[in-house]
Design a protein around this ligand. Structure first.
Ligand code: GLY
Length: 353
């Protein structure tokens, strides 16, 4: 997989002009959702290189990350004269960058694209690393391709447009990057005051976080081994996310990942010796900032069933985890029996309750 260039913007206008000029193109398209069309497109549309860009706008939220929206984007590209030499700029959160990346990867067997992520979650995770795709048959990211953007332009100015919940959602993935990288970064992340965010500090932490992800992806772009480190917290996290959806109390992805990390840090503690003090420091931060998801022991079977169907599992019915022996000491392809998984739910209920 070719490497994508990730740029922490000092000046979005200059950086976008430069990125666009690096792709010889006949027509330029910009993909937004209804939200970024209103809040972010005006900032980008006034940049000279974007003046003739054709805007394609899709619905907001994960429910629109589907075949219908994808077909709409393909249709618009076709109707508005896109060729193999056209360029697409994806302006939005993870939904837009995932779907837009997949549309670009497949239209006429692939056109170039640039990601301009506008949420913290997409800056530190979705827009970086070349995973693209859509949900299908009620399964998240079921159809997709590895297809890196030419450039990813991270402008932390967009973070000021986000509410606290969306900052926290992205911050959970940053916390994960801290846990899989080094103690200094992890410790700095735990010290950010989430009530009164210092945006200059947040920008520095974002740059470091993106670097952690890039380093992992560079070693294993197609997730055959060490890229599974990025799944830390997601085995239980995805079960929490699906459970919340089923019970009609949907939660933001990063909240589910934060709660998943509580369980998977505990599993790391009992199975691979993750230090108790670091476990409790991290759990305290998550409890203080993310609250908790409500479930009782009557829900354990449902949660466990959801985990058994996770696509990260290598064998049917055997739940796969990425664990840590310490901050930065990663153990991929770990498993746990059902009774241990139920013990994780007990730990969660006792410590987060
Ligand atoms: N979101 C995890 C990865 O990109 O591998």
């Amino acid at each position: 997989m070719s490497k994508q260039e990730v740029i922490i913007c000092r000046n979005l206008e200059e950086d976008l002009e430069k990125a666009v000029s690096q792709h010889t193109h006949d027509r330029l398209f910009v993909l937004t959702d209804e939200h970024t069309a209103r809040c972010c497109l005006p900032l980008v549309a006034r940049i000279p290189c974007m003046k003739d860009a054709v805007c394609i706008c899709i619905g907001v939220g994960d429910v629109h990350k589907n075949l219908e929206s994808l077909a709409y984007v393909w249709g618009q590209l076709s109707e508005k004269g896109a060729t193999r030499h056209s360029l697409l700029v994806n302006l939005g959160g993870g939904m837009v960058t995932d779907l837009g990346g997949f549309a670009a990867a497949t239209f006429k067997r692939g056109i170039a694209y640039i990601n301009v992520p506008t949420t913290l979650l997409s800056m530190v995770d979705a827009a970086v690393g070349g995973k693209t795709g859509i949900n299908f048959n009620d399964l998240k990211n079921e159809v997709g391709a590895f297809a890196p953007a030419g450039q990813v332009l991270i402008d932390c100015g967009f973070l000021r447009t986000l509410d606290r919940e969306n900052i926290l959602s992205g911050y959970a993935e940053m916390l994960k990057h801290g846990l899989i990288s080094d103690t200094a970064h992890w410790s700095e992340l735990l010290s950010l005051d989430m009530e009164h965010i210092d945006y200059a500090l947040l920008q520095r932490l974002v740059a470091r976080s993106v670097q952690v992800k890039e380093d992992v992806v560079a070693q294993d772009p197609f997730e055959r081994g060490i890229r599974k480190a990025l799944n830390f917290g997601h085995t239980v996290g995805h079960a929490f996310e699906s459970f919340a959806m089923k019970t009609e109390h949907p939660v933001l992805h990063g909240y589910a990942v934060a709660w998943g990390m509580v369980c998977e840090l505990y599993l790391s503690h009992i199975q691979t010796g993750f230090p108790s003090d670091k476990l409790h420091q991290t759990v305290r931060f998550i409890k203080e900032n993310y609250g908790r998801i409500g479930f009782t022991c009557r829900d354990y079977d449902t949660l466990y069933e959801l985990m058994k169907h996770d696509k990260k599992n290598v064998a049917a019915g055997v739940v796969n985890f990425t664990l840590l022996a310490d901050v930065g000491d990663i153990r991929i392809n770990q498993t746990a029996p059902q009774e241990t998984v139920y013990e994780l739910f007990d730990f969660y209920s006792e410590t987060m309750g």
